[in-house]
Design a protein around this ligand. Structure first.
Ligand code: FE2
Length: 221
């Protein structure tokens, strides 16, 4: 914290991580997800670096997920309208996939292209498992830059931190902008870490016709 009693600090351009807890029974959804075939498993066990993905990447299309996917869409709409202030008619889910990290596995830093919002549903949480980390974009390419040495605790202070961990609760659904870099820290529990990833995008018509920024998807179908 600053020490000058006469100074004020203003938050410039914060990014919202949205977390909402699903209160309905998910027994049938879990049974369905747990039976899904996975890929990326190698001969010696599990591939390093990414963990496993489900073969099916449109899992929420299954009717057993209807209530859950409707609720997720409400969350995405809440974020899009009330946080991002996007002006649009309709939001739709794109791909939805199962991601599994075995003990010791992690997932490198990445973003989600060709979508607007990303979500993760934590339906199988282990206690105190920090399951995701978000990263601030720092530095520039092709430019010389100067870089002060930082105090050791820079990652635990609001304005200097470059990474921030989030620990979900059982049945938490989180939403964030798809451009926000994130990764999955190593699974330090002795159980697989299972979660459902889902992307969402404005459907039918995206952007503003008046400013020559419109996409009508139906014109290219
Ligand atoms: Fe991701």
């Amino acid at each position: 914290m600053i020490t000058n009693p006469n100074a004020e600090v203003f938050d410039l351009f914060p990014t919202a991580l949205y977390a909402s807890n699903y209160k309905e029974n998910i027994t049938d959804v879990k049974n369905y997800l747990n039976a899904e075939p996975m890929r990326n498993r190698n001969a010696s066990g599990y591939a390093d670096g990414f963990g496993e993905l489900s073969e099916n990447t449109y899992l929420l299309d299954n009717p057993v997920c209807k209530s859950l996917s409707d609720w997720m869409l409400q969350c995405f709409n809440d974020y899009a309208t009330n946080i991002m202030r996007w002006d649009y008619q309709e939001m739709g889910l794109t791909q939805s996939w199962l991601t599994v990290k075995m003990p010791g596995q992690s997932h490198m830093r990445h973003t989600h292209p060709n979508t607007l919002l990303a979500g993760v549903f934590y339906f199988d949480v282990q206690p105190e498992d920090t399951a995701i980390c978000f990263f601030k974009e720092v530095g520039q390419t092709n430019r010389v830059r100067i870089e002060p040495k930082q105090l050791q605790d820079f990652n635990s202070h609001t304005y200097s931190r470059e990474e921030q961990y989030f620990t979900p609760k059982q049945n938490d659904f989180i939403v964030f902008p798809s451009y926000l870099s994130h990764g999955v820290p190593p699974n330090k529990t002795d159980k697989p870490r299972r979660a459902l990833g889902v992307n969402a995008i404005i459907s039918k018509t995206l952007g503003d016709r008046g400013s020559i920024a419109e996409i009508q998807y139906s014109r290219y179908a």
